[in-house]
Design a protein around this ligand. Structure first.
Ligand SMILES: Cc1ncc(COP(=O)(O)O)c(C=O)c1O
Length: 404
């Protein structure tokens, strides 16, 4: 693989690794009977959707993601689900979703009441055509989540995400549950199945009587299913037990990160190296524009240094913070003082023109990219059988069109 023939910055999806993730996720469907949907908010690399076709559909945060799922993965006509949850829908969004969504999940009784009639009217038309109706769901907040940091925890005090048990009770007493066929909770982030087991105890404690009337439940995302040490056996048995308890209920999982987990990298180039109490390498990839979770989570990505001498390519692992002889801080090309990816060290000197490979950069990166400072968006490519194929390059117009 000649890393110097790839234009930088570039996200490179590794086909064989995505195939592995697809196989694992499909095995959950087969072994537990749950339907697995791709959360487009985390993974929207649609040129790779053929690889994921065994999954049951997509899950969207609004009309754009729903439309992408419909156009590139398929909808009702191809027996694929398009599930949508938004903290609050505008009228025109609902109007557009009626043509696309198979499930619309509301975050409040007020929104459900506001749009229920539109959905029911649409369902009458669908029924005349012999098509399945749009399912209405409500997102619940079981008041239990093990997620840290708080920015990713939907059960923090005053969270706006999901209806609390107390509000649910009030809503049911005032409006009833006419037309509601499912519940949804999303309370996980990068978690193993034991966290789901503990969470379900809270879901059942607060919503048992409602669950027994529902046709489906969506367990949300945040299940780190494709991570090497994830307990898949426990996940399958949790789902099977749940389905046995609430006879006939259908279970959905909607992972984003687990779809794109460890299946590609971001390749960057060292543009300059400056000095200020140590060496600081400035790259053509940015933490804030291209790897925002490095700053939000925060976390330090694993990297490899790739250098070329004559025709020989050397790939070196990072030795850790201040461990190796040559130590560097890596930063982006933006004006943000905190556009810093982390501190790294190597056995050999880093030079201008070297490449840095950031591992595991396919989920929650491309979908979150910005053109802050007018920094070019990274290209998109795919690697299959060791061969690189460029899929898309962005240009000045992608920046200009977003700004006026
Ligand atoms: C409602 C909902 N579903 C699914 C997901 C996907 O979660 P993950 O990518 O962690 O699996 C998220 C992520 O924020 C979410 O908010």
């Amino acid at each position: 693989m000649d890393f110097f023939n790839i234009p930088t910055p570039c996200y490179v999806l590794e086909q064989e690794l995505l195939e592995r993730n697809a196989r694992i996720l499909d095995s959950i469907q087969k072994d537990s009977g749950a339907k697995v949907l791709i959360a487009l908010k985390g993974f929207a690399f649609w040129q790779s959707f053929d690889t994921l076709k065994s999954l049951s559909g997509t899950t969207a945060s609004g009309i754009y993601e729903a439309r992408l799922g419909f156009e590139e993965f398929g909808g009702r006509e191809s027996q694929k689900e398009i599930c949508v949850f938004s903290p609050a829908y505008k009228e025109d969004e609902i109007d557009s979703l009626l043509c696309i969504a198979t499930h619309i999940i509301f975050n409040s009784f007020a929104q459900y009441q506001k749009f229920k009639h539109k959905i029911q009217q649409k369902n009458e038309q669908l029924s005349l055509l012999g098509l399945a109706p749009i399912q209405i769901g409500l997102r619940i907040n079981p008041l239990y989540s093990e997620v840290t940091p708080p920015i990713y925890n939907p059960c923090i005090p005053k969270s706006r995400l999901g209806i609390t048990p107390g509000e649910f009770q009030k809503g049911m007493e005032t409006f009833g549950l006419d037309g509601v066929s499912g519940l949804h909770f999303h309370t996980h982030c990068e978690q193993d199945s034991d966290a789901l087991k503990r969470t379900l105890e809270h879901v059942v404690m607060h919503f048992d009587s409602v669950l027994s009337k529902m046709k489906w439940v969506n367990f949300g995302g945040g299940h780190h299913i494709t991570r090497k040490d994830y307990n898949i056996g426990l996940l399958n048995s949790i789902i099977l037990d749940f389905k046995a308890r609430y006879e006939g209920i259908e279970v959905f999982l909607e992972p984003g990160e687990a779809v794109g987990w460890q299946c590609g990298f971001l390749l960057a180039e060292v543009i300059d190296i400056v000095e200020n109490e140590g060496k600081i390498a400035i790259l053509d990839a940015s933490a804030t524009a291209h790897m925002p979770d490095c700053l939000e989570m925060p976390y330090r990505p694993n990297i490899k240094k790739i250098s070329r001498q004559n025709d020989e390519i050397n790939i070196e692992d990072d030795l850790g913070v201040a461990k190796g002889k040559y130590q560097y801080r890596l930063g982006g090309p933006s004006c943000l003082a905190g556009d810093v990816i982390g501190d790294y060290s190597f056995d050999h000197e880093l030079k201008t023109g070297d490449r840095i490979l950031f591992e595991d950069m396919i989920h929650y990166t491309i979908v979150k990219n910005t053109t802050f400072n007018g920094i070019p968006l990274p290209s998109l490519g795919i690697m299959q059988n060791g061969k690189f194929k460029l899929l898309k390059q962005f240009n000045y117009l992608d920046y200009k069109n977003r700004n006026g």
